[in-house]
Design a protein around this ligand. Structure first.
Ligand code: CUA
Length: 303
C-alpha cells in the first residue's frame, strides 16, 4: 500500500492491511444490517407498536463473543508485528546514532568515528541498529518505507532497526511537532550496496581537505567568521550547535532538505537562511561577493 521496502515496513503494512480489511468487513455487516432494518421495518408498513423482546442470552453471548474473538485475533497480529519490527538490541553497539535537533538530524557512525547530518547512508540487505537521542525537544524519526516511527527524546534513549531491501534514496521526516520548522526536518536514507557504502564511509572518515585556490581562501573566510562557533569541519565526537560541514559537498541537500545543494543555493542560504527556513538558528552573513564565492567554493569542495 505504501511501497514498503524492508521486512519491518512489510510487517507494518500487512498489519495495517489486515486491520483495514477486518474493520471494513465489520463496517459492511453492521452498516448492511442497519440499512436493511431501517428499510424492512420502517414505520407505516405495520401499524401499532412492534413486538417487544426483553433479553436474549444467545444474542448477548454473540455480541460479546464475536468482538472478543476479533480483538484477540488483532492483538495477536499486533504483537507478532511488534516482535518482527523490534528484535531486542541485545549487547550489540548501535551502528548509527541519530540525534534530533531544531531542525536537523545529527548522524554519527560511532564505530567508524564519522559524524554527518540529515543524510544517512546504509548498506542494503542488512539490519541496522539505530540509537535515537533528543538534543533539545522531542522529535520523531520516521522513514515510512523502511520501518516504524520512533521518538527521539532528550534524556531517554530509543532504539530502532532499519533495513532497506534495495538500493535507493528513501525519504523521511520528523513526525512530531517540534517548532516552526518541524516540516523541514527531512531525512534521506541512501541505501547502497555494501562496497559503495564502505567507500562512502571511508571517504567520510578521511580529513576533509579543500582543493583549489578559491577554496583555500574560503577556508580562511570560514575561520574568520563565526561559522566555526557552530560548525565543525573535522570529524569530532563532541556535539556542536550546528551540523558538521565536513564533506558538505557530498550531500544532496542543505538545510535538512529545504533546498538542493548547489553553489548558488548555498550562497543564498549563507546570505539569508531565514528566507528558506524562517526561525532557523543560523544568522545571515553579509559577506563581500568575493568572500562569499570563496566560502561557497570551500564548502562545496569538501567532498
Ligand atoms: Cu523535529 Cu518535528
Amino acid at each position: 500500500m505504501f511501497s514498503p521496502n524492508s521486512p519491518q515496513a512489510y510487517s507494518i503494512n500487512n498489519l495495517l492491511l489486515l486491520t483495514t480489511i477486518i474493520g471494513g468487513v465489520i463496517l459492511l455487516i453492521i452498516g448492511g444490517v442497519v440499512f436493511y432494518s431501517a428499510f424492512r421495518f420502517r414505520s407505516g408498513l405495520r401499524p401499532g407498536e412492534p413486538p417487544q423482546i426483553f433479553g436474549s442470552r444467545n444474542l448477548e453471548f454473540l455480541w460479546t463473543g464475536i468482538p472478543v474473538i476479533v480483538l484477540i485475533v488483532l492483538f495477536g497480529f499486533a504483537v507478532n508485528t511488534m516482535r518482527q519490527i523490534d528484535p531486542a538490541p541485545g549487547q550489540q553497539p548501535p551502528d548509527v546514532i541519530v540525534t534530533g535537533y531544531q531542525w536537523w538530524w545529527r548522524v554519527e557512525y560511532p564505530q567508524a568515528g564519522v559524524v554527518t547530518a540529515n543524510e544517512i547512508h546504509i548498506p542494503v540487505g542488512k539490519q541496522i541498529l539505530f540509537q535515537l537521542e533528543g538534543g533539545d525537544v522531542i522529535h520523531d524519526f520516521w522513514v515510512p518505507q523502511l520501518g516504524p516511527k520512533r521518538d527521539t527524546i532528550p534524556g531517554s534513549t530509543n532504539y530502532l532497526w532499519l533495513q532497506a531491501n534495495t538500493p535507493d534514496v528513501y525519504l523521511g521526516a520528523c513526525s512530531e511537532y517540534c517548532g516552526t520548522q518541524h516540516a523541514w526536518m527531512r531525512i534521506r536514507v541512501i541505501a547502497q550496496p555494501q562496497a559503495e557504502f564502505d567507500q562512502w564511509l571511508q571517504q567520510q572518515r578521511a580529513a576533509a581537505t579543500p582543493s583549489g585556490s578559491d577554496a583555500m581562501r574560503g577556508a580562511q573566510v570560514f575561520q574568520q567568521n563565526t561559522c566555526v562557533n557552530c560548525h565543525a569541519i573535522q570529524q569530532t565526537g563532541t556535539n556542536w550547535a550546528g551540523p558538521n560541514l565536513g564533506h558538505l559537498g557530498s550531500r544532496q541537500t542543505i538545510g535538512a532538505g529545504v533546498i538542493e545543494n548547489t553553489p548558488d543555493n548555498l550562497a543564498a542560504w549563507i546570505t539569508n537562511p531565514q528566507r528558506f527556513k524562517p526561525g532557523v538558528k543560523m544568522p545571515g552573513y553579509q559577506l563581500s561577493p568575493a568572500d562569499l564565492h570563496a566560502l561557497v567554493a570551500y564548502l562545496e569542495s569538501l567532498k
